[in-house]
Design a protein around this ligand. Structure first.
Ligand code: ATP
Ligand code: MG
Length: 375
């Protein structure tokens, strides 16, 4: 390994898979996730939820976030959360460095935590708990977290909570027992795989960060990395590390298709993009059919003089943050939070509410906080 690092003139392994914040790449999705966490801290209460498939960067994002916290903020970080409520209280207290008597009951643990939080609040400190891999939390532990997050003194909440998890977490949160928790979710963001351009920027960022400017990667090598990784950051790292190894063994300073092929076969990876192309082809065919059919429809209507052209109406958020809710009711669940300037499509109007679509999110917003876009 050392030889390989020296060969390319790196000062560190550029594609190590541990979430190391020195190598953090500020892609637009990761930036959005960080902004949502900052928004949570500013809002002083509630939960933030970050959902992402394995290897999309949940853990590295939270590490980046906690690394740049203001001095008055403290947090507990819980990683293996298949925990009963009692075990969760213990884990949190231990992470805050509090000694726990051996025979402490669940109630005792709860009151110790409460006292700790009140003391910290008096000292002017902000406290939050991060639960990583939160898809493994039992429902009753999640419910206890909600109760904790409701503790308050003189109208100020004592604690905020960040849940990071795979898509199963989102499913779990939608269960009827967790309805109240859902209402306390201030921000929910998703991490996704990189696009091909993002992937290329990411790879070059990591190479440069490791001190190298001489490795060349051919366009066909990039194509192959993308089709095997589908833009998943962990897979990109794994493939790049092996591909560089393969180039090193052949005494080359460039990575081409053959090196990537060797890398993916040693990792036993299968092409992910095959499926993607199939889907694209299917979608394309579907549109052809729909366009053909609607062309026929418009054409035949034209003759009868009732041709109808529908133009989508769009609008822009005019306040700093705007909740998107599940239904046109201000106590319904928040499904997303839009920011000032975000542009979306209006699907339906009802009293004080608009039903909207933003990217792939649909929900309801109060019409007072948006401006119809007349472009
Ligand atoms: N924005 C980023 N900048 C730099 N490296 C990243 C970024 N996002 C992900 N990675 C890298 O991808 C790999 C996976 O990231 P991470 O462990 O944070 O993913 P995860 O979503 O927590 O996965 P899991 O669900 O399996 O825990 C790590 O090697 C990490 O360094
Ligand atoms: Mg993780």
């Amino acid at each position: 390994m050392a030889d390989y690092i020296e060969f390319f003139g790196f000062n560190d392994n550029p594609f190590r898979i541990t979430p190391d914040i020195d190598f953090f790449f500020m892609s637009s999705v990761h930036q959005e996730a960080l902004a949502s966490l900052e928004f949570l801290l500013e809002s002083e209460e509630g939960f933030a939820v970050i959902i992402g498939e394995p290897g999309t960067g949940k853990t590295i994002t939270i590490r980046k976030f906690v690394n740049q916290l203001p001095e008055n903020v403290e947090y507990a970080y819980i990683l293996f959360p298949n925990l009963t409520p009692e075990e969760m209280f213990r884990a949190v207290l231990e992470d805050f460095g509090i000694e726990i008597p051996d025979n402490a009951t669940k109630n005792k643990l709860f009151s110790m935590l409460r006292e700790f939080l009140i003391r910290k609040k008096r000292e002017g400190r902000k406290i939050f708990i991060v639960i990583d891999e939160a898809q493994n939390l039992p429902v009753e532990t999640l419910e206890e977290l909600r109760i904790l997050s409701n503790l308050e003194t003189e109208k100020e909440k004592l604690l905020q909570i960040i849940l990071l998890g795979q898509p199963e977490l989102e499913k779990k949160l939608s269960s009827p027992q967790l309805r109240q928790l859902r209402q306390r979710v201030t921000v929910m963001t998703g991490l996704r795989n990189f696009s091909k351009d993002e992937m290329i920027d990411y790879i070059n960022y990591r190479l440069a960060k490791a001190g190298n400017s001489t490795v060349r990667i051919s366009p066909s090598a990039y194509n192959l990395i993308y089709s095997y990784s589908d833009g998943n950051v962990r897979l990109i790292n794994l493939i790049m590390e092996r591909a560089l190894m393969s180039a090193f063994v052949k005494n080359k300073h460039s990575v081409d298709k053959e090196n990537v092929k060797e890398a993916v076969s040693s990792l036993n990876l299968e092409k992910k993009q095959k499926k993607f192309y199939l889907v694209i082809t299917a979608v394309f065919l579907f549109f052809l059919i729909v366009m053909g059919a609607s062309g026929y429809y418009l054409f035949s209507k034209k003759e009868t003089g009732i041709k109808k052209i529908h133009k989508e109406e769009t609008a822009v958020v005019s306040v700093n943050k705007l909740n998107v809710r599940n239904s046109p009711d201000k106590s319904s669940d928040i499904v997303y939070v839009l920011s000032k300037g975000d542009k979306f499509i209006i699907l339906q109007k009802k009293d004080e509410w608009y039903k909207i679509r933003y990217k792939n999110i649909e929900g309801w917003v109060k019409k007072d906080f948006v401006r119809i876009d007349n472009e």
